[in-house]
Design a protein around this ligand. Structure first.
Ligand code: PEP
Ligand code: MN
Length: 336
């Protein structure tokens, strides 16, 4: 981090600033230009509040030369992280996995039938919401504990690992046998939840917030990593823009950029990104083309009667067609 002082700074204020910075355990290299004094901060500057320095009277500007995320930073960890599930399924570093299933778990018949079909089509994980973050309090809120029980039933049935969303800390005990804990877009910055998940040994699927930058997203991943849990999978699920033709705008540029910024695997959810079933396949193909490490796709046995997100849900037949197309453009992809 470099701090540029205004011309002719008050020497007492400058000395106070330098002492304050040194109090964080940092060294300072001072360079005196013809008009400006530049302080180069050496050490772990992640502890410093950049806005606090910027607000000081004698400071003209502050620039970070190093990103505020450490554990998530590719510079600190050049090799790709490979997240490995209990059954040996791997995601990242050349390993590709599709997570598929209904938006919400609705019944044993529904979840078991969808699980069998998505497994047969090449999915490696079963998704399904038990706790649903709905915009309206009058919409279906999920089967909650019973939904988790039914997911575990489908797991026993098919052998597919399961991924499901946690909405608050008090639910954590229910996730003991869940393979991947999902943190939804609306909770991406629930920092107390992220801290607690950092203390677990479960892989965490961290969805991008509705209007969050890539740096904010990586800072949220940082919370989990800093707690000691290195198994984080990022999921791009579309962001809010001015466009209304699609539910969200799928930011495919996030995939190569995240791979550049971080070593963490990143997957794409074309279902929530578009909100439209027929758009899921072209965007999934695009996601694979830009290097996504996997996909999360909503599949429902009877989309018109789905309790949640029917409009964006593929039928099992349409999911068969999607995975066949993926295998056609990238032979071997589903086995990577
Ligand atoms: C979901 O995957 O079920 C979900 C609610 O997604 P998001 O958090 O991306 O809206
Ligand atoms: Mn959904």
């Amino acid at each position: 981090m470099i701090v540029i002082l205004k011309p002719n700074p008050d020497p007492v204020q400058a000395e106070n600033l330098i002492e304050w910075i040194k109090g964080f355990g940092l060294d300072i290299h001072t360079s005196q230009g013809s008009t400006h004094t530049i302080l180069g901060l050496v050490g772990d500057t992640t502890v410093i509040d950049i806005d606090l320095i910027r607000a000081m009277d004698i400071v003209e500007d502050v620039r970070r030369v190093q990103e505020p995320y450490k554990f998530a930073n590719r510079k600190m960890h050049p090799q790709d992280t490979v997240v490995e599930l209990e059954n040996g399924t791997k995601i990242g570093g050349g390993h590709f996995a599709i997570m598929a299933g209904p938006c919400s778990v609705e019944s044993e018949e529904q979840i078991c039938l969808v699980a069998e079909r998505v497994k047969a089509a090449g999915a490696k994980l079963l998704r399904g919401g038990a706790f649903k973050p709905r915009t309206s309090p009058y919409s279906f809120q999920g089967l909650e504990d019973e939904g988790i029980r039914l997911l575990l039933e489908a797991k026993r049935h098919t052998g597919l690992p399961i991924v499901t969303e946690i909405m608050e800390l008090s639910q954590l005990d229910l996730f003991a046998d869940v393979d991947v804990i999902q943190v939804g877009a609306r909770n991406m910055q629930n920092f107390s939840l992220l801290k607690e998940l950092g203390r677990t040994n479960k892989p965490i699927l961290l969805k991008r917030g509705l209007a969050n930058t890539l740096q904010e997203w990586l800072m949220s991943a940082e919370y989990v990593l800093a707690g000691g849990n290195e198994q984080v999978i990022l999921c791009e699920r579309g962001i809010r823009t001015f466009e209304t033709a699609t539910r969200n705008t799928l930011d495919l540029s996030a995939i190569p950029m995240i791979h550049h910024m971080s070593h963490l695997p990143v997957i794409v959810d074309p279902s929530h990104a578009t909100g439209i079933a027929w758009m899921v396949k072209p965007m999934a193909l695009g996601a694979v083309a830009v290097g996504a490490d996997g996909l999360m796709v909503e599949v429902h046995n009877d989309p018109p009667r789905a309790k949640c997100d029917g409009a964006q849900s593929l039928t099992p037949d349409a999911f068969d067609d999607l995975t066949a197309s993926l295998a056609a453009i990238r032979p071997g992809l589903l086995d990577e």
